[in-house]
Design a binder for this molecule. Structure first.
Ligand SMILES: [Zn+2]
Ligand SMILES: [Zn+2]
Length: 294
């Protein structure tokens, strides 16, 4: 039995905000390669790993610079494009050239909608959007790491307290007292902010929740258990809300210390499909996977 299965109140105050680490993209690339082994979507996961590795190199060379301008975003996109070269398909290549040719206002407007997960479908640009999302992440991680985050007032929110982007997923970590604590992970800057263990981030509902996993796909979904809130069953689970019909992944670093929200979310897209068939829509935004992407 895990200590987290015991219904003991965690009296230690969890760290409210965890800023992104210096090697955030390398860790993600390594996790993607691990998850790709024997995976039905291995090629896709390897492609995302190559993007994450290029993001780390770009981050490292620009880490000390001011990167918030649209010109900088275009520069980061061009660097990623150059680094990945032939790894990108022809469709991505021509879409990225279109993105690089956009004027500042149009590129900025597209970037804002992509950050919010609301970019409208545009066939000419679609295949380039994951790389624009990757460039936005480099920009967001560098900006977050340059800020003094200790000054931020933390309130539990459904959006990142650092850069106001939506979460990619939530994750369980072992807190100082040994019990699991839950964080939401930002889809852009990868900062993690503390959130209630059993609660829908879409609507705040804490009661009508159920947890689905691929390991137990044929079983009845587990209901939320407030007496044992830290009980967990699989490394990757979908928290499904019967109030707003939203669904957000929970990734457990207690069950697998190398679990990483972006990578584990991508490797469990099948779980979103099954949740979708049951009537739940994704809340998490993952910039490596744009809906409608081919
Ligand atoms: Zn953020
Ligand atoms: Zn909800």
């Amino acid at each position: 039995m895990f200590i987290d299965d015991l219904a003991i109140q965690d009296t230690a105050i969890p760290q409210p905000l965890r800023p992104p680490g210096q090697q955030v993209f390398t860790r993600r690339a390594e996790r993607l390669r691990t998850l790709a082994q024997g995976h039905a979507m291995a090629d896709f996961l390897h492609c995302c790993a190559a993007i994450a590795q290029a993001q780390q190199a770009c981050h490292d060379s620009l880490a000390e610079q001011a990167v918030n301008s649209t010109a900088c975003l275009r520069d980061i996109l061009a660097r990623l494009h150059q680094a990945l070269g032939q790894a990108l398909g022809d469709g991505s290549h021509s879409a990225i050239l279109c993105l690089l040719a956009m004027d500042d206002d149009a590129l900025q407007a597209l970037a804002l909608s992509l950050r919010a997960g609301t970019a409208a479908a545009n066939p000419a640009l679609q295949a380039g959007l994951p790389l624009l999302g990757a460039a936005l992440q480099v920009q967001a991680v560098i900006s977050a790491r340059q800020r003094d985050l200790g000054r931020l007032q933390h309130t539990e929110s459904d959006h990142c307290p650092v850069c106001h982007a939506p979460p990619v997923a939530s994750l369980l970590r072992r807190g100082d007292s040994g019990h699991a604590v839950r964080y939401a992970c930002c889809s852009q800057c990868a900062s993690e902010w503390h959130v209630t263990r059993v609660k829908c981030l879409g609507c705040g509902n804490t009661r009508q929740l159920q947890y689905r996993s691929l390991a137990h796909r044929d079983a009845e979904p587990a209901a939320a258990n407030h007496k044992q809130p830290h009980q967990h069953r699989a490394v990757q689970e979908a928290e499904c809300c019967d109030s707003c019909h939203g669904e957000l992944k929970i990734v457990s670093t207690l069950l697998d210390p190398l679990a990483e929200p972006f990578a584990d979310d991508l490797a469990s897209l099948m779980l979103d499909m099954l949740a979708g068939e049951a009537g739940y829509g994704r809340i998490g935004v993952n910039p490596y996977f744009i809906a409608g992407d081919s």
